[in-house]
Structures are given as C-alpha cells and as structure tokens.
Design a protein around this ligand. Structure first.
Ligand code: HEM
Length: 246
C-alpha cells in the first residue's frame, strides 16, 4: 500500500513543484475593430456618420486601439482585470444615432474566457434612450485565440467576441450571440512570464491526465483494502469453524 500512497503524493506534488512563481501584469493594450459591418454602415451613405475616440483609446484604421490598459492581472494561471479610461463614440443620421461606449474593462476569468464590461450611453434602433454602467457587453473565447510570447510580453490575438444579452439590450440593434470583431490583447510582461502564461494555460488541460491516474490509483488502493479485509474475515471464520469441529 505504501508505494501507492507515495505515487499518489508524487503525482499531486509534480504539478505544484512545476508551477511558476507569480507573474503579474499591470498594463497592456488592445486592437479591436468593434464591428466591421457597423463601421461600414456608419461611414456609408445611409448613416453618413463617423466615430471619434476619447481618453486612452485611439483609432488607427481599421481598429480602435489603446496602450493604456491598467489593472491587475495574474498570468499563470490567467486571472484578473485590466481596463482603460477612454471611449468610442459612434454618430450618424445627423445625430439621431449617437452611441458612446466607455470605461472598457477586460475581466479575465481564466485561460478560457474573458468578459468585456463597458458603460454605454446612446439610443437604440427603436430610439429608446440608454444610459447604463457596468454592462457585460461581450464574452471572449481565449481558448480559440492565438497566444504568442515575445520580448514585448504576451500577445493573445484574434479573441472571438460574442455580444451578450445585456450587450444586445444596451446597444439595441444586434441580437445576443452576434459576433463582434475579434480582439487582439497585448499584455506587457517579460518573455519568461509570457512563456509561463502559455505553459499554465496548456497545463490546465494537462492536469486532467494526472488527476485521472490519481483517481484510478486511489480506487485500486480502496479495492485492495476491501479484498484484504474480506480475506482476513474469511480466514478468521474458517479458523473458528475448524476450532468448533475439533
Ligand atoms: C434615422 C434613423 C435611422 C435610419 C433611417 C436607419 C437606417 C438603417 C438602414 C437602412 C440600415 C440597413 C443598412 C444596410 O443593410 O446596409 C440600418 C442598419 C443598422 N442601423 Fe440604422 N437607422 C437609423 C437609426 C439607427 C440607430 C439610432 C441605431 C442605433 C445604434 C442604428 C443602428 C443600426 C445598426 C447597428 C445597423 C446594422 C449595421 C450592420 O450591417 O452591421 N440605426 N439602419
């Protein structure tokens, strides 16, 4: 039984021993087109509109961009929040369409999921006035993005973003589930920490195998204990039957 216990302990200890010292990020940036078809509609002859930016957000065709993300994000494993004090304002139809999305925050749940939370002020397509804060506007699939470590830090490129129910209610046009443009997220850190973030992301799935092995080993140990106890009980019974016979 001792070797089984030692093996179990070793299997648990291995991932812990391999885990990296804390790597935290306090800054970064993103490039995001918001929604290409919306920009095309606004800049076309139907809406005759435009967009402007404020604060830490700028626009470089064809993306809204910032290097002013700030907050606290742990890298290995990925978890935390970064935000930018800035806004994107969309106008058209001679001011009838006037929507401002501001205070963008990226709440990173884990290596799989990021949530985009914003404040939104504007008018829906049905001309209902909206002025709301902390809207869970979109969710991002980090697992489907491309992660690259480099001297500038960690780049998580092409994060697919999907409009949420709350986002659809606030924006007032597209339905929940609508695909927004993918977002490129840049996290400022050392190349080593970026590598650790990628390793931690991969080991999230890799942990399953050791845990399964541990489960099987524990089941095996439990089964052998039961068999052992039953054998001992059977032996004891047969010994007492033999004694009565004598
Ligand atoms: C005078 C008022 C408005 C008129 C005449 C108007 C007209 C239109 C038209 C004709 C389209 C279809 C464009 C196309 O298929 O190429 C459209 C699409 C759209 N409109 Fe408006 N609209 C108005 C106000 C608004 C407002 C207040 C909003 C609020 C956000 C809005 C948001 C949108 C969006 C998001 C689309 C879809 C763009 C896309 O293809 O992704 N519109 N609108």
């Amino acid at each position: 039984m001792l070797p089984a216990v030692a093996l179990t302990a070793a299997l648990f200890a291995a991932p812990l021993a391999g885990s990296a010292p804390a790597c935290d990020v306090t800054g970064g940036g993103f490039d995001w087109g918001f929604k290409e078809s919306f920009r095309a509609y606004l800049s076309g002859s139907i809406a005759n509109g435009e967009w402007t930016t404020e604060g830490g957000i700028g626009y470089e065709t064809p993306v809204f961009t910032t290097d002013a993300l700030a907050g606290d994000l742990a890298l290995a494993p990925l978890n935390g929040e970064l935000g930018v004090d800035g806004a994107m304002r969309f106008t058209g139809h001679e001011g009838i369409l006037d929507t401002t999305i501001s205070n963008l925050r990226l709440e990173v749940v884990d290596g799989q999921r990021v949530e985009l939370v914003v404040d939104l002020r504007g008018t829906t397509q049905e001309f209902v006035e909206v002025d709301t804060a902390d809207v869970l506007f979109a969710t991002g699939d980090l697992a489907a993005a491309e992660w690259t470590a480099g001297e500038d830090g960690l780049l998580i490129a092409g994060i697919p973003l999907t409009l949420t129910e709350q986002g659809a209610d606030a924006f007032g046009t597209y339905p929940a589930g609508e695909a927004l443009d993918p977002l490129d997220l840049r996290l400022t850190t050392t190349a080593d920490c970026a590598e650790q973030a990628i390793a931690a992301r991969q080991s999230g799935a890799g942990m399953l195998a050791p845990l399964l092995i541990v489960g099987v080993v524990l089941l095996g140990v439990a089964a052998s204990v039961v068999v052992h106890l039953r054998l001992r009980a059977a032996k004891r019974r047969s010994r007492s039957v033999n004694t009565q016979d004598e």
